[in-house]
Design a protein around this ligand. Structure first.
Ligand SMILES: [Zn+2]
Length: 75
């Protein structure tokens, strides 16, 4: 049986690229093609959304960084 180094112990969280809304200029948690952390559906106006590597600036629930909310978003 092979033993691999425990680089990730089932706790790996993929880095998500935030998305920016070109209209409001706000950067939301989430990714293009899905929903933002605060619930916007980026498929409704896909031309309004671009991937962005900046910091999340949206202050709504789900996008705003809270302590210990990292595990509850996704799926
Ligand atoms: Zn948001």
């Amino acid at each position: 049986m092979m033993i691999f180094p425990t680089l990730d112990s089932g706790n790996f969280i993929p880095q998500k690229m935030p998305v920016r809304n070109l209209i409001t200029k706000e950067i939301h948690r989430g990714s293009k093609g899905g929903r933002t952390g605060c619930g916007y559906n980026t498929n409704i106006h896909p031309e309004h959304w671009v991937d962005d590597s900046g910091k999340v600036s949206c202050t709504k629930n789900g996008c705003k960084k809270k302590v210990a909310d990292e595990q509850t978003i996704g799926a």
